[in-house]
Design a protein around this ligand. Structure first.
Ligand SMILES: [Zn+2]
Ligand SMILES: [Zn+2]
Length: 295
């Protein structure tokens, strides 16, 4: 409940940047309507895919939860397009995320859903963190030179991947302004809300087949824009598994990407929980549903 927690204070840098980016994204919508260009539109879709994959396959399933290993060019790709997603360095993102799992739905959870849907979605980004994040929770990542380089020079990586490269792509097709507005900012804002929806929607709407201890939910609807992260209930129960959508028909493009890359030696040591353990978790939730007092 809000009353138990310190009163949140706005972080002006984040608030002004998010506000500015949303205005620029509106400019991107205007630009698309009045200066339509297929290369710019497809460039934005491609950037959305690469940045999205870098958050889900990189920041989340490789750095936050080491569920597989990847060769350095792929880690480099994740770090560049992860920075272009402007969601902090991989080190800081992973620290917040590991704390989210460790203290899910509790006061120390940075995006605690019990503080309200909008707090979990965007409020926590707009407000100052209650205390400095303890990076000891990501001491393993501090040994990765690429991760530390991105962390120490994060703003430059973000400007390069989020604005300069989009401008160059636009320029190559005769439309640098479209590159910045559409590939840069419109893509960025859509992507933010896709990622934010995992902390808000995926903790509010959907089913709980594997875990009733946290508010996490499974839903294919949230999986669409987040490249598979919507199967969040499975993920909270089995965070060491590289899959979020565990069944073959679950919409989880990140899983398909990581698996395909393992076939050509780019990723390896993919971690999976055995089907028997998964079935047992499901069965125990089913029993709880039939007899809630025994839970
Ligand atoms: Zn969660
Ligand atoms: Zn996670």
């Amino acid at each position: 409940m809000m009353t138990d927690l310190a009163k949140p204070r706005l972080d002006w840098t984040n608030t002004l940047f998010l506000g500015f980016s949303h205005l620029m994204a509106l400019g991107g919508v205007y630009w698309l309507i009045f200066h339509w260009s297929w290369p710019i539109f497809l460039g934005a879709v491609a950037w959305f895919g690469m940045c999205g994959l870098s958050i889900t396959g990189g920041y989340h399933r490789l750095f936050s939860h080491p569920t597989y290993k990847a060769i350095w060019p792929l880690r480099m790709f994740y770090l560049l397009f992860g920075a272009a997603s402007v969601q902090n360095s991989a080190l800081k993102w992973s620290a917040d995320h590991r704390i989210h799992h460790k203290f899910a739905d509790q006061e120390r959870d940075p995006y605690n859903i019990n503080r309200g849907f909008w707090w979990a979605h965007i409020g926590w980004v707009l407000c100052q963190a209650p205390s400095k994040v303890d990076l000891s929770i990501v001491s393993d990542l501090q040994k990765d030179r690429l991760v530390m380089s991105q962390h120490n020079h994060y703003v430059w990586w973000a400007v390069m991947g989020g604005a300069i490269l989009p401008a160059l792509v636009g320029w190559a097709f005769g439309d640098p302004i479209g590159g910045v507005l559409v590939i840069g900012f419109l893509r960025l804002v859509v992507q933010w809300h896709a990622t934010f929806s995992i902390n808000s929607v995926a903790h509010s709407i959907g089913s709980q087949p594997y875990d009733t201890e946290s508010t996490s939910r499974d839903s294919w609807i949230t999986a669409i824009l987040t490249l598979g992260e919507g199967y969040h209930n499975f993920h909270h129960r089995f965070q060491g598994d590289y899959r979020n959508g565990v069944r073959w028909y679950h919409l989880d493009p990140t899983k398909w990407f990581v698996y395909s890359m393992s076939k050509v030696g780019v990723t390896r040591d993919l971690r999976r929980v055995s089907q028997e353990v998964i079935d047992r978790a499901k069965e125990s939730v089913r029993k709880q549903d039939k007899n809630p007092t025994a839970a």
